[in-house]
Design a binder for this molecule. Structure first.
Ligand code: C5P
Length: 339
């Protein structure tokens, strides 16, 4: 048995502009992605049995970013309902299977994927897409397929609209379904800004948020060109991004989950420079200059929840922009202990 470990980042959308749906039902987007430091880890192993197997272990993050994620048995049990058919990591495995067979012969062994999840399911942070991105990179290395980043993005696009952004990392502008990318900036050596993240007990389904968006007739008639963002790349990649945050899906997500507004306003009360709904929500992302400020916001959310405010599943602290999907030659200890 051989194994490879890879990881991929989740994302927030600093800007998400959406038009009305096209004939195929998808909404045309212009969106600015920032990869954040919450990462999914996928362990890919060869196995004798043909086909692709997948299991998922879910983790609770340290509420203020200090310490290691802990295995969450309840959430892990809930995720058993996610079948191999639906799991984006397994889809990534099946998408690469013909290439494995072409290189190693039709009798090449099967694949076992273990997904270590830290990004909430249905939270608007591309957790499922990060699983697919990490799986693509892990399998590419495990079977020595030699696919380039560009080839992985082309494949990734067929699995989910956010997969290319999770593969690439840093800051990028997405067009069409958000899956055709132009790089704004590569991730720097150190965090450019910090996020306090509030995760609700229940997620929101992306199609449900888009359906409400359509009902509210929020679609833009004309979408901005990617060049509008690439021309001012520096404005999005520094700590001064606060005034530029914009999410057309936010009113629809808030209509479906009014507590989002309350959590966002509480963040401002605790010193956040700005807050936004992450993607299709319901995760609230509050912007801070420093880690300490982000921790303060996360702590105030927990105090509010304890005092009868909106109930949260958990809070986390993250920074951006992080690197794209990559092989982990020295995987974190918390993954090894869970294997
Ligand atoms: O691409 P992904 O599988 O993440 O999208 C989930 C669903 O969200 C789609 O089936 C579609 O209903 C909706 N969606 C959309 N327009 C987009 C992205 C997603 O309508 N640009």
């Amino acid at each position: 048995m051989r194994e490879t470990v890879a990881s991929a980042p989740g994302k927030v959308n600093l800007v998400l502009r959406s038009g009305a749906p096209a004939a195929d039902g998808y909404h045309p987007l212009t969106t600015v992605f920032e990869a954040v430091s919450l990462r999914e880890y996928v362990v890919a192993r060869t196995r004798k049995k043909p086909g692709v197997g997948v299991r998922t272990l879910a983790y609770t993050l340290p509420a203020t970013g200090e310490g290691e994620p802990r295995l969450n048995e309840e959430l892990t049990r809930d995720l058993r309902a996610l079948t191999e058919q639906e799991h984006l990591a397994a889809k990534a495995g099946r998408a690469l299977a013909p290439l494995v067979a072409a290189k190693w012969g039709p009798s090449a062994a099967g694949l076992e994927l273990t997904v270590h999840k830290t990004i909430p399911v249905a939270g608007g942070m591309a957790g499922g897409s990060a699983d697919a991105a990490a799986a693509l990179v892990a399998i590419n290395a495990l079977w020595e397929l030699g696919l380039t980043g560009e080839q992985l993005e082309i494949l990734g696009r067929t699995l989910g609209a956010d997969v290319p952004a999770c593969l690439r990392g840093g800051w990028s502008v997405g067009e069409e379904r958000g899956d055709h990318l132009t790089t704004l900036a590569d991730p720097g050596e150190k965090p450019s800004h910090w996020w306090a993240l509030a995760f609700f007990e229940e997620g929101l389904s992306t199609p449900a948020v888009f359906a409400r968006f359509d009902q509210m007739e929020l679609g833009q008639v004309a979408l901005p060109e990617a060049s509008q963002y690439t021309d001012q790349a520096g404005s999005y990649t520094g700590p001064q991004v606060a005034s530029l945050l914009q999410n057309d899906l936010a009113p629809a997500a808030i209509r479906l989950r009014p507590e989002i507004q309350e959590v966002g306003q509480a963040a401002i009360g605790a010193g956040a420079q700005a807050w936004m709904v992450s993607g299709s929500g319901p995760t609230v992302a509050a912007l801070a200059d420093t880690r300490q400020e982000a921790v303060k916001i996360a702590e105030s959310w927990l105090e509010n929840a304890a005092g009868g405010g909106p109930k949260l599943r958990e809070t986390a602290v993250a920074w951006g922009a992080d690197a794209g999907a990559r092989v982990e030659t020295v995987p974190p200890k918390w993954i090894q202990t869970a294997r």
